[in-house]
Design a protein. Structure first.
Ligand code: 13P
Length: 257
């Protein structure tokens, strides 16, 4: 048995003071999570989160990163800056960054590679739009984003990554993918990973589902063979609701051979 992985993506929500209050409440309600829990606040709240999470089993993640360690890149945040604040994970290529900030597959690949090389675990986000799905292009789009995102990673680097499948139409809409629908895409992702890396490595890469996950549906995703956890947006903003997501998650049987 192994723990599921639950990642809270707060997006552009919560000040440092609000983060402090969230963490005190979460710590009170979840003492021993039966899950690997990662909290990704905005950059300005990382320091508060780092202080609040000290001595707890929760991990800290960032929502984005720049690929170079320092230099004339106004507004950017580097890996050493994140690591100094205890950050262990970083989200790369969220659909909101692809769409609103025009991040390309190549930009995202550089972030994934830099994170692997310099001590962060990247969470590579991929997922189709509603139009892609309607046109029957889901697998094609997801496979293309995946292969571009992991381009030129070696086996050692591949063992550090996580993949989040987030169908764009399910994000923030309440219209979550059915667990079976998500499993189908996760199986496609797993197969593509087996083509890119050894079977052993591909089997060990955690695949998270994201898109309107909440305390009532988390359990049904985690029953699926290739769903190892979730990337949670809206339901991670309230400490009580996120505590319920954690409590309603279940240990995963090691079904994959
Ligand atoms: P919601 O859980 O609000 O749908 O957001 C999902 C998401 O984008 C997490 O990265």
């Amino acid at each position: 048995m192994r723990y599921p992985i639950l990642v809270a993506n707060w997006k552009m929500n919560k000040t440092a003071a609000e983060t402090d209050s969230f963490i005190s409440q979460l710590k009170k309600s979840v003492k021993k999570p039966q899950a690997t829990v990662v909290i990704c606040p905005p950059f300005t709240a990382l320091q508060a989160a780092h202080a609040g999470l000290k001595g707890t089993p929760f991990f800290l993640g960032a929502q984005d990163v720049y690929v170079l360690p320092k230099g004339p890149f106004t507004g950017e945040i580097s890996i050493p800056m994140l690591r100094e604040l205890g950050v262990k994970f970083v989200i790369a290529g969220h659909s909101e960054r692809r769409k609103s900030f025009k991040e390309s597959d190549n930009d995202i690949n550089l972030k994934v590679k830099a994170a692997c090389e310099h001590g962060l675990k990247p969470i590579l986000c991929i997922g189709e739009s509603w139009d892609d799905r309607k046109e029957g292009k889901t697998n094609e789009v997801v496979e293309k984003q995946l292969s571009a995102g992991i381009e030129s990673l070696d086996e050692r680097e591949a063992r550090k990554i996580l993949i989040a499948y987030e169908p764009v139409w399910a994000i923030g809409t309440g219209n979550n993918a059915q667990p079976g629908q998500a499993q189908d895409v996760h199986a496609t992702i797993r197969k593509a990973l087996e083509g890119a890396f050894s079977k052993e490595t591909a089997k060990g890469i955690p695949l998270l589902y994201g898109g309107s996950v909440n305390p009532s549906n988390i359990g049904s995703y985690l029953k699926e063979k290739d769903i190892d956890g979730a990337l949670v947006g809206g339901a991670s903003l309230d400490p009580g609701e996120f505590a319920s997501v954690i409590q309603n998650s279940r240990m995963k049987a090691d079904a994959r051979q």
